[in-house]
Design a protein around this ligand. Structure first.
Ligand SMILES: Nc1nc2c(c(=O)[nH]1)N[C@H]1C(S)=C(S)[C@@H](COP(=O)(O)OP(=O)(O)OC[C@H]3O[C@@H](n4cnc5c(=O)[nH]c(N)nc54)[C@H](O)[C@@H]3O)O[C@H]1N2
Ligand SMILES: Nc1nc2c(c(=O)[nH]1)N[C@H]1C(S)=C(S)[C@@H](COP(=O)(O)OP(=O)(O)OC[C@H]3O[C@@H](n4cnc5c(=O)[nH]c(N)nc54)[C@H](O)[C@@H]3O)O[C@H]1N2
Ligand SMILES: [Mo]
Length: 798
């Protein structure tokens, strides 16, 4: 070989690339060492190649892990190995801010090169959930899946097949969940899902006010606000694109920032002029009381309400509704005899009446102002009321459709759109709310429209079959991220219920342990994709392949292509395209609707496609407000619906009121269960993880340890000291973890950062701090969404 090598070198036949590869090989220096003259030559060339290698910089992004941001990651690559990660260094401008990665993004080498990565396919040998597996080949794995899937489909029909909500490889062009649904669709269909774990309540509730979820504005508008209320919104930790950048810019312009949150969140610390602590689940009571102040002190925008809204008072009601059902009647207590005064709300929310009164006045009189809602307070038992309450406050103060105002609710405005690989048709045509998948396993054939099932035919009143085959790809909602881990574990362990569980993962997560077949996925650095920042969004980023697949890992698309072949639909599934071909296809599709969208080559070079806000600023409903004759709201009445006749007609006025109302929550502060479990428990999305992703990253654990926040008063009452390991328990389970004693959380409430890996000991006690050991599977009434911040518990020393 050596002679051949030198001959080639001398004859200059060797390609530069080939040379770099060889000179990097371990054997090369030994082979070349003895010959002085050529040795020098090689040394020189070697130095050159090393320099070249060190320069290799691939732009990519953590596009496919479901963080609220999508940041630029520059992978420095040397001999096929990522040796260092850096990030966006271009200067910030107001219209085009930096996409600078945080600690999670910079820690990706600990993810990609983690020694604990799953390395080859495995098959369960022990009991379900025990975590005992044996190594098998990809061919064996695909064979097994194909056979079992065929058997289950023949026995139970395609509606027994399900792909679980999973966000570990989502929001992208070629995400695992979408692609398996495409494959299911080509082979008879499947039970689909609607909603998300993120925002079910706001996605469902917001359109009842505005007719759409496209509310809010592009973020430049915040600098035109007089005040910004971040209500249960913590963008310093959760990102939401570059929201924190624009809030900071507004603050620099003198805009007052108020944060309402049971915790003094990082956003409250970094950006707020005022933090208002509130008891969880009670936000709607505070909103009712603010409305009371605004109505009784005549601070509402009368002409706005007259012209654009339905249901404010008895003079603006839809036909067919009895008297006394308007917002004003409810707020003044005309029917129930309870005026929703700040004093009434203080008892429920623990926010002083004087604070409520002052905030109401400030919001109503300092116009325009932005009331931006996070999704934490809607991930509650009656989260829909918080959402609609915000939309109504914005409406009655005339803060909708104006620069610097903010139509509250979902806030999904986006300037950049990408085209995902089409899922294709689903011949089954049925979907469940994603949170109810455990129900669909045990009582699917009883689940109908009242459980939020969509797509039922007229003669069908329930799902045709219980769920039997589960594909959990790139997610941990199979147990860790779903509510009530103990109950879920019981359901999953029963092998007579689900007959097949396929999991695709990077690590042996709590969900992976429940797999029958466990497939090792590659990571985003080993494949191509495109990601977009979260709404209100303005950026798309190319997620470039940096390195080859590690170990025996494959991308989900790669193994699904093998499965498609086995099932006889490869051509239909791939349309002859490999991953990169789909990415190029997607880019061309995006260019059809947005001519400024870069070509593949441009995108590769620049990494980011960023729409400047200069000239592209958007305010939701600006046209409806400026020119109402020609621009109706997309609601049934064509107006902003403070009172929704559609909700009224659902005929569940207690749980699904037609106007937003405070509903005293089960497991809220007024529940009699507080006698047994006196503390409210919430979770939050922690800076050191993306959900459960990175929980096994030791560097990040150093930056943000898994600790429970507890107020000094609650700790003292239980003789608990800072740093103590305590037990947190309710009827659903028990968690042991350390306490951080802090006045950054309101008394009566404790907070556990969500996403820690569920780690039950032999008695079923979680030893890591997974909040879902304690959360409930009872859904919210309208959206059937997850109420994972609604819990009552007690805490004691271990
Ligand atoms: N670092 C990091 N960022 C993330 C994620 C992550 O895991 N880690 N996940 C991403 C995803 S998928 C999502 S959906 C978003 C989630 O975004 P959000 O749902 O907005 O985030 P949360 O942290 O759950 O809630 C926001 C705030 O609401 C507060 N809160 C909880 N209950 C109540 C309540 O009853 N009333 C009030 N007023 N406040 C309450 C919490 O203390 C928290 O500070 O974040 C995204 N960004
Ligand atoms: N109590 C409580 N529970 C919650 C929430 C809460 O606020 N409180 N938030 C909810 C919300 S908003 C969400 S979005 C969900 C999120 O829950 P999930 O969607 O389950 O998200 P993660 O926990 O990040 O799990 C993603 C998994 O994908 C794996 N993964 C990463 N990249 C890849 C890949 O390329 N291929 C494959 N095959 N796997 C990959 C990671 O290792 C990780 O285990 O959790 C919900 N659960
Ligand atoms: Mo989410």
């Amino acid at each position: 070989m050596s002679n051949g090598f030198f001959n080639e070198l001398n004859e200059k036949k060797i390609s530069r690339r080939k040379f770099i590869k060889w000179s990097g090989a371990v054997s090369a220096p030994v082979v070349l060492g003895g010959i002085a003259t050529t040795g020098n030559m090689v040394k020189k060339a070697g130095a050159e190649s090393a320099a070249k290698n060190a320069d290799e910089l691939v732009l990519t992004t953590c596009s496919t892990v479901n963080c609220g941001g999508r940041c630029l990651i520059k992978a420095h690559i040397n001999n096929g190995v990522v040796t260092r990660l850096t990030t966006d260094t271009k200067a910030d401008t107001f219209e085009l801010p930096q996409l600078r990665a945080c600690i999670r993004g910079r820690g990706y080498r600990q993810f990609v090169y983690n020694p604990d990565r799953l390395k080859y396919p495995m098959k369960r040998v022990g009991k379900r959930g025990e975590g005992k597996f044996e190594r098998i080949s990809w061919e064996e794995a695909i064979d097994y899946i194909a056979k079992e899937l065929t058997r289950i489909t023949e026995k139970y029909g395609p509606a027994s097949r399900y792909s679980n909500y999973a966000s570990g490889h989502s929001g992208s062009i070629i995400g695992a969940g979408n692609m398996i649904q495409r494959l299911f669709g080509l082979t008879g269909g499947y039970l689909g899902f609607h909603n998300s774990y993120s925002s079910a309540q706001t996605t469902n509730a917001t359109p009842f006010t505005y007719g759409t979820t496209q509310t809010g504005s592009t973020l430049d508008n915040l600098s035109h606000s007089k005040m910004i209320i971040l209500w249960g919104h913590n963008p310093v930790e959760t990102r939401f694109g570059v929201t924190d950048f624009y809030v900071r810019k507004a603050k620099e312009n003198g805009v007052k920032i108020v944060v309402i949150d049971p915790r003094q969140s990082d956003t409250a610390v970094a950006l707020a002029d005022e933090w208002i602590p509130i008891a969880p689940t009670t936000d709607a009571a505070m909103m009712d009381a603010m409305t009371h102040v605004i109505i009784t002190e005549n601070l509402y925008d009368k002409s706005f309400v007259d012209q654009y809204c339905v249901g404010f008072d008895e003079n603006h009601m839809p036909d067919g509704v009895p008297e006394g059902e308007s917002l004003k009647s409810y707020i003044l207590g005309e029917k129930d005899g309870v005026p929703k005064t700040p004093e009434w709300a203080e008892k429920i929310t623990r926010v002083p009446a004087s604070t409520i009164r002052r905030l109401a006045r400030e919001y109503a009189t300092n116009k325009p102002s932005a009331l931006m809602q996070g999704w934490g307070p809607q991930r509650q038992a009656y989260g829909e009321q918080f959402v609609r309450g915000g939309t109504v406050l914005a409406a009655i103060t005339g803060n909708v459709g104006v620069k610097g105002g903010w139509a509250s609710g979902a806030g999904y405005i986006s300037l950049v759109k990408t085209t995902a690989v089409p899922k294709g048709d689903n011949p089954v045509g049925l979907t469940i709310p994603c949170f109810l998948w455990t129900d669909a396993i045990v009582r699917g054939t009883e689940m109908g429209a009242k459980d939020g099932v969509k797509g039922l035919a007229e003669e069908q009143d329930a799902l045709p079959v219980n769920m039997k085959a589960m594909f959990n790809l790139a997610g941990n909602t199979l147990i860790n991220q779903h509510s009530d881990c103990n109950k879920t574990a019981e359901i999953l362990s029963d092998e007579s219920l689900l007959e097949l569980i396929v999991v695709s993962e990077i690590f042996m997560t709590p969900s992976a342990k429940f797999a029958d077949i466990l497939l090792p996925s590659n990571t985003f650095m080993e494949r191509w994709d495109v990601g977009t920042t979260w709404a209100p969004s303005q950026q798309a980023i190319l997620s470039q392949k940096c390195i080859e697949n590690m170990y025996e890992s494959k991308s989900d698309y790669e193994w699904m292509t093998m499965l498609a072949k086995k099932l006889g639909v490869e051509q239909k599934f791939t349309e002859g395209r490999k991953e990169l071909d789909w990415i190029k296809w997607s880019i061309e599709e995006s260019r059809k609707t947005d001519p400024n969208f870069p070509t593949f080559e441009e995108f590769k070079k620049e990494g980011i496609y960023q729409v400047s806000l200069e000239g592209n600023s958007v305010v939701a409903f600006e046209q409806q407000i400026k020119d109402p004759k020609n621009n109706k709201f997309e609601t049934p009445s064509g107006k902003i619906e403070i009172f929704s006749k559609a909700l009224w007609d659902m005929n569940d006025h207690e749980e699904i009121p037609a106007i937003p109302k405070y509903i005293s929550s089960w497991e809220g502060p007024e529940d009699p269960l507080t006698e047994k479990y006196p503390l409210q428990l919430i979770g939050w999305h922690y800076k050191r993880r993306c959900h459960s992703t990175f929980d096994n990253n030791k560097w990040l654990e150093e930056a943000g340890p898994q600790v429970m926040w507890m107020n000094e008063r609650d700790a003292a009452a239980r003789n608990i000291k800072d740093g103590d390991r305590v037990k947190i328990f309710n009827d659903r389970g028990e968690v042991h973890m350390p306490v951080k004693m802090t006045n950054r959380v309101i008394p009566g409430t404790i907070a556990i950062p969500q996403g820690a890996w569920w780690s039950p000991d032999k008695n079923g006690v979680d030893q890591r701090g997974n909040v879902n050991t304690l959360t409930s599977q009872r859904p919210s009434p309208l959206a059937k969404g997850n109420p994972q911040h609604t819990n009552l518990v007690e805490v004691a020393r271990v």
